[in-house]
Design a protein around this ligand. Structure first.
Ligand SMILES: *Cc1c(COP(=O)(O)O)cnc(C)c1O
Length: 399
């Protein structure tokens, strides 16, 4: 069956929640995808920062198959080996003392919100997050998200969330009240348009949290797991949070989320405080263990940083070639955004469509930036292919 036939078959079946491109993906290998018509794509989005080791990495596929033929699910009433191995790896490579496993990013943030409230003195419940942030699609994480478009139609939202203007430390300080229990932020905003937070700003937030006895929660769901060139983005920020949330690339495509915390925060959770039926499922944990082992091998992150610098330089080169259309790249490692100029902002979706036609997958984030989130295993030749395609698109549109 062709793309068109499959799309015809599903027409009207699903809730109308996604604007999709006209391709039915059937196969993936490393950085390449193939659709039902046999067309090949260079995937520079990796399933939105998920398949960081590429599609169907043999070692991860093997780990999944082995675990799937051994033990698939027992619930959290019992211990399992893959969970224990995963917890060991996450904790020995981070600041954290304890981990809670769940199934998605939103759930990891829900767990962080619940822990922040439970670990704080009675009466302290309010969480300050930042304008432009994205924290998930459940009601509480939508309330935490600092973008009005995600709120509309879902009011009344859960209470206890306030949004500070991006980059303004004194405005954030002014919002702290006796009810505040935590600050939640992404060290680099992904959906908000690949916007890094300045080091001084992050250090200032940490300082405010210490002064006012607030927990600092970093949402590294998009930028964690090697994306920025270190296992966790906070390692490069000069700031350590109290609570850290992960998901996306943690299982290289299998659904898993994690909430990590220091002992002093984590001890607020007792049996019954929080739970997840599927959380820490043996198969997804086996995939996550295999993912981490590959990432933690010698030289992996150094290569991400090198390729990230190369991608950033090439993107910035394009901005120099088409100054009317784009401005220099921003990001860390292999999360890079190419901001369009004011005059070309409304052409962002058209650019992504043209790239799609040329067999290159990218997206337009925050209404401002062409966002590259390639598999971390992308080659320089593949980066060149992306840049070549972007060059052609810019040339065609500016003609
Ligand atoms: C994707 C994302 C989430 C939500 O994750 P889901 O798995 O879709 O629930 C939360 N925060 C950030 C920063 C994200 O990029």
């Amino acid at each position: 069956m062709t793309n068109a036939e499959w799309m015809e078959k599903s027409n009207g079946s699903f809730m109308n929640t996604y604007g999709r491109y006209p391709a039915v993906m059937v196969e993936g290998k490393a950085c390449l995808l193939k659709d039902a018509d046999g067309k090949e794509y260079l995937d520079c989005l990796a399933g939105i920062a998920v398949c960081s080791l590429g599609h169907c990495h043999p070692a991860i596929t093997e780990a999944i198959c082995r675990q799937a033929s051994t033990l698939v699910h027992v619930s959290n009433l019992y211990h399992t080996m893959p969970q224990t191995e995963l917890a060991g790896l996450l904790l020995s490579h981070s600041f954290a003392d304890r981990v809670f496993l769940c199934n998605s990013g939103a759930e990891a943030n829900e767990a962080a919100i619940k822990l922040a409230r439970k670990a704080s003195p009675a009466g302290k419940y309010e969480i300050i997050s930042l304008a432009g942030s994205f924290h998930g699609r459940t009601l509480a994480t939508v309330a935490a998200t600092g973008q009005a478009k995600f709120h509309q139609g879902f009011e009344p939202l859960p209470q206890g969330f306030r949004h500070a203007p991006f980059g303004d430390l004194s405005a954030l300080e002014a919002m702290i009240t006796p009810e505040t229990c935590a600050v939640l932020c992404e060290p680099l905003q992904g959906e908000g348009g690949v916007r890094p937070l300045e080091r001084e700003y992050l250090a200032g937030i940490r300082q405010l949290c210490d002064t006012h006895n607030l927990l600092l929660i970093f949402d590294e769901i998009q930028v964690g797991m090697g994306r920025t060139g270190t296992l966790f983005a906070y390692e490069q920020c000069g700031v350590t949070p109290d609570i850290l949330t992960l998901a996306k690339a943690l299982g290289n495509g299998l659904p898993i989320g994690a909430m990590l915390a220091t002992e002093s925060a984590a001890k607020a959770f007792e049996p019954g405080s929080h739970a997840s039926t599927f959380g820490g499922n043996p198969v997804v944990c086996a995939a996550a263990v295999a993912t981490l082992r590959i990432m933690l091998a010698d030289g992996f992150f150094a290569e991400v940083r090198e390729k990230g610098a190369y991608l950033a330089a090439q993107l910035t080169g394009l901005a120099a070639k088409y100054p009317a259309m784009a401005t220099p790249a921003r990001g860390f490692g292999l999360i890079q955004g190419l901001p369009l100029t004011e005059a070309w902002l409304d052409q962002g979706p058209a650019m992504v469509n043209l790239l799609f036609e040329k067999g290159v997958l990218l997206n337009f984030a925050g209404g401002k930036v062409l966002r590259c989130l390639p598999p971390l295993i992308i080659s320089r030749a593949e980066i060149d292919r992306l840049i070549q395609a972007l060059d052609e698109v810019f040339a065609e549109l500016s003609r």
